[in-house]
Write a protein that binds this ligand. Structure first.
Ligand code: A3P
Length: 322
């Protein structure tokens, strides 16, 4: 990758993000001020177990879907009525450690052996992080636990981010974010957990160095060939479906895909009416279109070209395409 990564000064973040306080972490990424302490605590205190599963993503690339998929794979033998996703949002089922590490609820989850509930056949822990691979606690590598990363086309990520921030920060920032500013910010690397390309390439390279421990998925491939991708994901996690697509394996796979689908999740009461613990954030904002290529409906050709050019530059020589 071209390594002239632009590291913008704090003032630059302020230009794009107005009242939203972000800081540049020593490990080389931006984060919201409100998450900095939690990130440090995650880094120094998280004690992974070998059979843990750590999901990773930069925001708006399919995090919620990956959470739902992995939870559904692990708990596919549970009856639908007992499925935690029917009463909790995927982000409550799979906590983001860097954002909420210090929360009491997460501290309890970290300390306790998860109880084996009715029909529950696994006590594996499932967590999520947005931090780049360069900032993962050393203990994660040492533990050999499984890491699953999801990446997404940058133009769809920008458009998804723009919609999300318009809901998330509406009252703070006062009205709609101009799309131009989000594109500018994205291209400058200024976004929570950004720069985007360094984030994606970091996990891509880790997945090539340690394929047994790091799986790299793409949102677009999950949409295009969900059966193949989720079969691969389940095998990687050591929770394979019946080999060769036997009837039982296919039925279970279909169940997992249905339970994790945007169509199901967005219609559950918890996601229709629930409000996230941070102010002004309806859980419904996590489930928008869930499609590939929606950028065509929003980005001008200049914006698209600018992002494409940057993508080519940043991914040159990596063997990765997005
Ligand atoms: P769009 O805004 O393009 O619709 P994240 O979970 O990382 O915040 O990513 C959000 C994107 O994933 C949004 O994309 C959202 O609609 C989509 N999404 C959420 N749940 C999904 C699911 N179960 N299946 C597919 N896409 C999903």
């Amino acid at each position: 990758m071209n390594d002239d990564a632009l590291v913008p000064p704090k003032e630059k973040a302020a230009v794009f993000w107005h009242d939203i306080d972000m800081q540049w972490m020593e490990a080389g990424f931006w984060c919201l001020d409100l998450h900095a302490k939690s990130i440090d605590a995650f880094n120094s205190r998280f004690q992974p177990r070998t059979d843990d599963i750590l999901l990773a993503s930069i925001p708006k690339t399919g995090t919620t879907w990956l959470m739902a998929l992995c939870h559904s794979i692990l708990h596919r033998h549970v009856d639908e009525d007992d499925d935690a996703l029917t009463r909790l949002n995927p982000h409550e089922v799979v906590p983001t450690l860097d954002a909420f590490f210090l929360a009491d609820q997460i501290q309890e989850m970290l300390l306790l052996e998860p109880a084996a509930g009715p029909g529950r056949r696994t006590n594996r822990r499932l967590f999520h992080t947005h931090v780049p691979s360069s900032s993962l606690p050393e203990a994660v590598k040492d533990s050999g636990c499984k890491v699953v990363y999801v990446a997404r086309n940058p133009k769809d990520t920008v458009v998804s981010m723009w919609h999300f921030y318009n809901v998330f920060f509406k009252s703070d920032a006062g009205g709609m974010f101009p799309l131009e500013r989000v594109v500018e910010s994205f291209c400058s690397g200024v976004m929570p957990y950004g720069p985007f390309y360094e984030h994606v390439v970091g996990y891509w390279e880790e997945s090539r160095k340690r394929p047994e421990e790091v799986l790299f998925l793409r949102y677009e491939e999950l949409c295009r060939e969900p059966h193949e991708q989720v079969r691969k994901l389940a095998s990687f996690l050591g929770e394979p479906f019946t080999p060769d697509g036997g009837d039982l394996g296919d039925a279970e796979l279909d169940k997992v895909l249905w339970r994790s689908s945007i169509g199901r999740l967005r219609n559950l009461e918890v996601n229709k009416s629930g409000v996230w613990e941070l102010p002004n954030m309806p859980k419904s904002a996590l489930f928008r279109k869930g499609s590939v290529g929606d950028w065509k409906n929003y980005l001008t050709s200049e914006m698209a070209q600018r992002i494409d050019q940057l993508t080519r530059l940043k991914l040159e020589g990596t063997g990765l395409s997005l």
